[in-house]
Design a protein around this ligand. Structure first.
Ligand code: KIV
Length: 272
């Protein structure tokens, strides 16, 4: 037992399934670093996702494709050191699981062993079922991800809403059932029509956590930096900004610069 972490009822994959059964919505946010994870965990978030969106948000890449397994492990281990209560799920990055199921298992084991994560997430439907089964043989919980799957951006070409047509919607429903049957403990559903998302959630026993998927699912996930307004250019319809930290921080930095230049900072009380 850790000596420095307070005893709390930890969120597990089973707790999430009980929440779905009891009709309690699941709140999930991303975090990529110790300080942010400390805040969102203390606020009572249920699930922290160390998303491969770190590739965009932390490293400034245009897509999620460049981030490496080593980099994901670095982000995840920083988050894990901060967390007391939340379930921490880590994205398998592009190229770390698509090759074959053994590669998927090895990458997942590294994430669990080196970062101390609680679960992994991967993108895709029936084409990743074999990998999911193999990862589960090692006792590693797996979260699925359907709808808009950013690692396939070059296949789809755009970040627009997915599965608007019945054929693609039916494929998505079949994929969701395949993921549940394979043993996923939850599924992220990104940017699909709200009616379809509700249909998927109602048809599954595992929780469906939406982003841009309406209110009929079992929980919601947002990127922390978007939610607190640290990013300002990304403005999709589904995003609710709770703060405007970009302007707040820019203003504070401006005041600091002014104080340094005018020799107002540091004053006597701030000096030894
Ligand atoms: O990487 C990420 O942040 C994600 C969420 C958008 C669900 O996968």
């Amino acid at each position: 037992m850790s000596v420095h972490k307070k005893e709390v009822k930890k969120v597990t994959t089973h707790v999430l399934q009980e929440m779905k059964r009891g009709g309690e919505k699941i709140a999930m946010l991303t975090a990529y670093d110790y300080t942010s994870a400390l805040i969102v965990d203390a606020a009572g978030i249920d699930v922290i996702l160390v998303g491969d969106s770190a590739s965009n948000v932390m490293a400034g890449h245009e897509t999620t494709l460049p981030i490496t397994l080593d980099q994901m492990i670095y982000h995840a281990s920083s988050v894990i050191r901060a967390v007391n209560r939340a379930l921490v799920v880590v994205d398998l990055p592009f190229g770390s699981y698509q090759g074959n199921s053994k590669e998927a298992l090895n990458s997942s084991i590294r994430i669990m062993k080196e970062a101390g994560a609680h679960a992994v997430k991967l993108e895709g439907g029936r084409e990743v079922v074999e990998s999911i089964s193999r990862i589960l043989t090692a006792g590693i919980p797996v979260m699925g991800h359907l709808g808009l799957t950013p690692q396939s951006i070059y296949k789809f070409g755009t970040y627009t809403v997915r599965a608007k047509e019945e054929e693609e919607a039916q494929r998505l429903i079949d994929d969701a059932h395949a993921l549940e049957k394979a043993g996923c403990f939850a599924i992220v559903l990104e940017k699909v029509p709200a009616t379809l998302a509700k249909r998927v959630a109602d048809g599954l026993t595992i929780p469906v956590i939406g982003i841009g998927a309406g209110g009929g699912v079992d929980g919601q996930v947002l990127v922390y930096h978007d939610m607190v307004g640290l990013t300002y250019e990304f403005q999709p319809r589904f995003l609710r900004r709770y703060l405007n930290l970009y302007d707040e921080i820019k203003g504070a930095v401006g005041r600091y610069i002014g104080d340094v230049k005018s020799t107002d900072f540091p004053n006597e009380k701030e000096s030894y």
